[in-house]
Design a protein around this ligand. Sequence first.
Ligand code: TYD
Length: 133
Amino acid sequence: MKIKLIPLQAHGDDRGSLIALEEENNIPFEIKRVYYMFSTKDGVRRGLHAHKRLKQVAIAVRGSCRFVLDDGTERVELLLDNPAQGLLIDSCIWREMYDFSEDCVLMVLADCLYDESDYIRDYEKFLEEVKHV
Ligand code: TYD
């Protein structure tokens, strides 16, 4: 599985740093929704689902967390700990997030509004779905 990490240019000067996110530019889709996870409790595992159509980019704007991405054939683990790096999560990819640092703020940009019917929350169903893609 090819993992796409998007480098995000930081504009830094003696005041600090700034990163701009632009749809169809450094974010490869139209941004319809942004959400973020924070105050994640110790030992928690989040995600545990795939999406039929939704594409997302995840950015650890503060702190760090680990990701598992799984395309039904291969499972890749990676650490997200850099606010200047976006992780592209395509449709039909199973994701799990864990080992959140206490200060972690994980921001996610998505190309669709929230739609529960787009979720695949059962891993066996996900494997069935990807076999038919
Ligand atoms: P959930 O899907 O359980 O998060 P995760 O995949 O990280 O485990 O979402 C938690 C709650 O937030 C759930 O009640 C649905 C709601 N939610 C929204 O209302 N809008 C959103 O955009 C998202 C991602 C979740």
